[in-house]
Design a protein around this ligand. Structure first.
Ligand code: ADP
Ligand code: TZD
Length: 565
């Protein structure tokens, strides 16, 4: 389809969607083709928008979600109706849960048939299904409303707390004609979709005062702080005040992990002993034990910087809420400091001592070279290959692979670590990897548990089709969490023994590696990164390594009826 095919001075829904996307600077679409969006995707590509076609909508939607996080603009995913849409909803909900801006645009079947449940092809009331899983959901019923529909979707995705937005485009709207002039005038270029929202001056003063009176202050940086792109302001605040900081997983690299004020290697001590904690773009959810004992002290007071007012007091009382965007808030903090917050030497010294002890304890485990490899030794091999590659984006999912990976792989740059996030979800791996490579043009290393990889493994073909610089490393211990002992029938957590995952990528022309020791793993990753080509490393590790559910074993329900021994 091209402009020339339109008759006279007419336009149609297909063209208006593409024109509206281009007008708003959308340069990439992730999706899966089919009725009723195939021509729309073709037109978008012909009109200069990059289209990245996936094998499954969940991955396309996850790709859009992480593209939103990485660019600060809503990532766009397009799907077909009903089942394709539903596949995409997982990514839509994941984006909303993680506060990433993305828009899921799905074609839908004819309203007059769907609404009377007359059994259309891929029939579903998609708008109602999407609504609980996103920040906002809109349907466009007339071609002249396409512009307004997209504008509303962009604003909803980006402003305030970012999130997923659903935009329903009926097949009828896509095919509808409109005179070109009316169409052009109906489009909206969104001005300032994520306006700065400075905090009230008294909330800034209240927070500074609380921190100034603290003996053992701590800043916890979350991925909202990373998303806010206030890197310089946050660093200046931390370094000027001398307050130790703890990065949440995706905030690693906001300040480098080897920064002398990082309390990451003394996490429990710092959290348990802080008298005032400032949460910056981090929720006090399960990832922070809801602010409860035994990790947390009941007397700790909180400052919370967040763009969402309803986040405050969600789990613990917040003594000093600061509602605003982190860039504006930290700019205001820095202006208000004027030497009011003094360095707390003894507190920093104590944290430093604990950190040193923990690093030494970890070093013994990290430097061991067991045969077969375990999580620590294999990750050390990966870390060694990454040591001279600060530009690499890391994707990480699994249970033990995630827990160990978060601790062992240091980050130097902000927004370079992308992982299972707020849900602890499996299946983000290849979608995130494709998007990270596509929108940044930088190399990506996806560190995957073998179970985790399986959720999106077919996207290896997508990686090869677009020749993306993605190296996937599979920590292969033959199981969910860990592998079965030889001989027994496969248990619910068992996966095929001796699986040769490296052959998957060979089928698509990529390079496969089979590594059973640390030198070969470091060498394979070094070679793969140097090639800039798709690669997959099957890192064979001890099936008995790791623990069930990784670090969150305690979340498995226990029978209250079971007898205590
Ligand atoms: P983590 O998992 O890293 O702890 P969360 O996803 O729990 O982080 O928290 C992110 C928080 O950041 C959310 O509460 C969200 O409202 C907030 N947030 C997102 N963007 C901004 C911003 N620009 N300024 C302030 N807060 C933000
Ligand atoms: N399904 C989804 C969508 N998300 C999940 N988190 C799970 C299932 C449950 N689950 C985990 O929480 S971790 C995990 C599953 C299936 C996989 C762990 O095995 P792995 O990693 O091989 O990926 P490790 O490193 O061997 O532990």
């Amino acid at each position: 389809m091209s402009e020339a095919e339109l008759s006279g001075d007419m336009t149609d829904g297909f063209h208006l969607v593409v024109d509206a996307l281009k007008l708003n600077g959308v340069d990439t679409i992730f999706g899966v083709a089919g009725i009723p969006i195939t021509d729309l995707l073709r037109l978008a590509q012909n009109e200069g928008i990059r289209y990245i076609g996936f094998r499954h909508e969940q991955q396309a939607a996850n790709a859009a979600a992480i593209a939103g996080y990485l660019t600060g603009k809503p990532g766009i995913c397009m799907t077909v109706s009903a089942p394709g849409f539903l596949n995409g909803v997982v990514g839509l909900a994941n984006a909303t849960t993680n506060c990433f801006p993305m828009i899921l645009i799905s074609g839908s079947s004819d309203r007059n048939i769907v609404d009377l449940e007359q059994g259309d092809y891929e029939e579903m009331d998609q708008l109602s299904v999407a609504r609980p899983h996103c920040k906002a959901a809109y349907r466009v019923n007339r071609p002249q409303d396409i512009g307004v529909g997209l504008a509303r979707a962009i604003r909803a995705a980006c402003s305030g707390r970012p999130g997923g937005v659903y935009l329903d485009l009926t097949a009828e709207v896509l095919g509808s004609a409109l005179d070109a002039e009316t169409g052009r005038k109906s489009l909206i270029k969104v001005v300032d979709p994520a306006p700065a929202s400075p905090a009230a001056a008294e909330s800034i003063d209240r927070a500074i005062e609380l921190l100034a009176n603290a003996q053992r202050p701590l800043v916890i940086l979350g991925k909202g702080a990373a998303y806010a792109r206030a890197d310089a302001e946050i660093r200046s605040f931390i370094e000027t005040t001398g307050i130790p900081f703890l990065p949440m997983s995706m905030a690693k690299g906001l300040l480098p992990d080897d920064h002398e004020q990082s309390a990451a290697a003394a996490r429990s001590y710092a959290i348990g002993n802080a008298d005032v904690v400032m949460l910056a773009g981090a929720r006090l959810n399960w990832l922070l034990s809801h602010g409860r004992a035994p990790l947390w002290n009941a007397n700790t007071k909180f400052v919370q910087v967040d763009i969402s007012p309803t986040e405050i007091d969600s789990n613990r009382a917040i003594a000093a809420p600061v509602i605003g965007d982190i860039k504006s808030v930290f700019t205001a903090f820095n202006a208000a400091l004027k030497g009011k917050i003094k360095r707390q030497g003894p507190w920093m010294d104590e944290i430093g001592k604990r950190r040193q002890q923990n690093v030494e304890r970890m070093a013994a485990r990290l430097n061991a070279d067991p045969n077969p490899m375990n999580f620590s030794s294999a990750l050390r091999a990966v870390r060694n290959a990454l040591a001279t590659q600060p530009d690499v984006y890391i994707v990480n999912e699994g249970a033990n692979t995630l827990d160990f990976g978060r601790n062992i792989i240091d980050m130097d740059k902000p927004r370079h670590r992308l992982d299972s996030g707020t849900w602890g979800v499996m299946g983000i791996g290849m979608g995130y990897a494709v998007a990270a490579a596509a929108v940044t043009g930088k190399p990506v290393v996806a560190i995957e548990g073998d179970s985790a990889f399986g959720f999106s493994g077919m996207e290896i073909e997508t990686i090869c089709r677009y020749d993306l610089p993605v190296t996937t490393i599979i920590f292969n211990n033959n199981g969910v969490y860990r592998g079965d002992p030889e001989g027994m029938p496969y248990t619910p957590t068992g996966l095929l023994r001796d699986a040769h995952y490296e052959k998957i990528i060979e089928a698509f022309g990529g390079k496969g590696y089979h590594c059973t020791d640390t030198p070969s793993l470091t060498a394979a990753l070094t070679e793969a990164l140097a090639s800039g080509k798709p690669a997959l490393i099957n890192a064979v590790i001890d099936p008995t390594a790791g623990t069930e559910s990784g670090h969150i074993q305690s979340l498995n329900p226990k029978s209250a009826a079971a007898q205590k021994k």
